[in-house]
Design a binder for this molecule. Structure first.
Ligand SMILES: Nc1ncnc2c1ncn2[C@@H]1O[C@H](COP(=O)(O)OP(=O)(O)OP(=O)(O)O)[C@@H](O)[C@H]1O
Length: 390
């Protein structure tokens, strides 16, 4: 098990990680999520003893990495697949690592087979593609047959077959009872790979829960309802009936209505009662990506005054429309990358604020102006992050 307690890392005036406490348990794949620059790599480096915490501690099986007996055989990691001597053959690279840790040479051939590089074992790694480099990095992580594995963006550069292979590999390692901690920006992939999530934003813990709970806490299931095309009157009539019955109705770009707060049979009955024909009535579950974007967009809303979309979202939460009156679509609404505000059960909170662990939550006191101890928001980078989200 990996355990972080009050982990904080400052680089001069920059706080990369602040008061982070979490556990990564064996037997499941734990995903590590957070926007660019949120502190994931810094946290992983501290777990691996490559960076010293400013305060707090992180242990593996009860020991800091540097005090762990026979660490390379207990912990394997892929941090930066490019950190390889490019002039060496893949096999020689692994042989060097194996010799340093007292691992027998036959294990090198085993892991080359596991990652599918046996045919290029005698090729210099500088000629490797991004995906081949990732496979070599994964082979190095597996070399000591460790119980604890950390992977920073393992699917980076892999083709679909490679992504599927990594997914199955992570799951099978966890199923063997190992501790598997993996970061990724690919939400769809994380949803298929991880069972548990640790989400950080600006170096602080935002969520530590199962994928299932994360999605249900940060999104709302909804129904999509479609009336006959070109019949705006029917659509308005249905919208009024649904709103009157307590539903939240939002028009989508393609003319459908997104409804929350009413079960499907009730929507059907209300449509029938209003004499409105339906062309579509379908249930939809929010994706991990949607839940994640809501949470992290919410974090951006909380800080930024430059994100126009944030302002729009705050002005028009779901259900804010007067009863029976349909709001026009928000700019971008219904387009890929548009994410509705958090569901009403979150009480309008922009995101699940981390609870103070030592009474010093830096965001609680002055939400718009973090004190020096807190990770300072990088406004230029945040704007770029939001561009990515769109
Ligand atoms: N050695 C360092 N010196 C100064 N600042 C650093 C150093 N390492 C990281 N940082 C800063 O700490 C913050 C967290 O960086 P980190 O690389 O841990 O984030 P990340 O979540 O891994 O990002 P990404 O998803 O982009 O890989 C960033 O603002 C980064 O610029």
């Amino acid at each position: 098990m990996i355990e972080a307690v009050g982990l904080t890392k400052r680089y001069g005036a920059k706080t990369a990680v602040y008061n982070l406490s979490f556990q990564v348990r064996p037997g499941t794949v734990t995903g590590f999520l957070g926007p660019n620059g949120s502190g994931k790599s810094t946290t992983m480096r501290m777990i691996l003893g490559l960076d010293a915490p400013t305060t707090g501690q992180v242990t593996i099986g009860g020991y800091p990495y540097r005090k762990l007996p026979n660490a390379p055989r207990q912990v394997g990691a892929l941090l930066d697949a490019k950190a390889v001597h490019g002039g060496r053959h893949a096999r020689n690279h692994l042989l060097c690592l194996a010799q340093l840790s007292g691992i027998p040479a036959r294990r090198v051939d085993e892991v080359l087979g596991v990652v599918g590089l046996q045919d290029v074992a005698k090729k210099r790694s500088k000629g490797f593609s991004l995906g081949m480099g990732q496979r070599l990095g994964i082979a190095a992580a597996l070399l000591g047959d460790p119980q604890v594995l950390l992977f920073d963006e393992p699917v980076n550069g892999l083709d679909p077959e490679g992504i599927l292979w990594v997914r199955n590999l992570m799951k099978s390692l966890a199923a063997e009872g190992r501790t598997v901690f993996v970061s990724s920006h690919l939400m769809s992939e994380m949803a298929l790979t991880a069972e548990h999530l640790i989400v950080i934003g600006r170096g602080q813990l935002l969520a530590d829960m199962s994928v299932k709970d994360f999605i249900s806490h940060n999104s709302a299931d909804f129904a999509r309802v479609r009336t006959p095309e070109g019949d705006g009157q029917q659509r308005e009539k249905l919208s009024a009936a649904l709103s009157e019955a307590g539903g939240q109705v939002m028009p989508e770009q393609d003319g459908a209505l997104r409804v929350t707060g009413l079960p499907l049979p009730r929507i059907s009955d209300l449509a029938h009662g209003a004499d409105v024909r339906l062309w579509e009535l379908s249930p939809h579950q929010a994706s991990l990506e949607e839940a994640y974007m809501r949470m992290t967009q919410g974090a951006v809303d909380y800080r930024s005054t430059v994100d126009q979309r944030a302002g729009l979202q705050q002005q028009m939460p779901p259900g804010a429309a007067p009863q029976g009156q349909m709001q026009p679509p928000l700019p971008g609404q219904g387009q890929p990358g548009w994410y509705a505000p958090p569901p009403p059960q979150q009480g309008g909170q922009p995101f699940a604020m981390p609870q103070p662990q030592d009474g010093q939550n830096p965001y609680a006191a002055a939400p718009q102006q973090p004190p020096a101890a807190a990770p300072a928001p990088d406004m230029s980078k945040r704007a770029t992050d939001n561009e990515d989200a769109r």
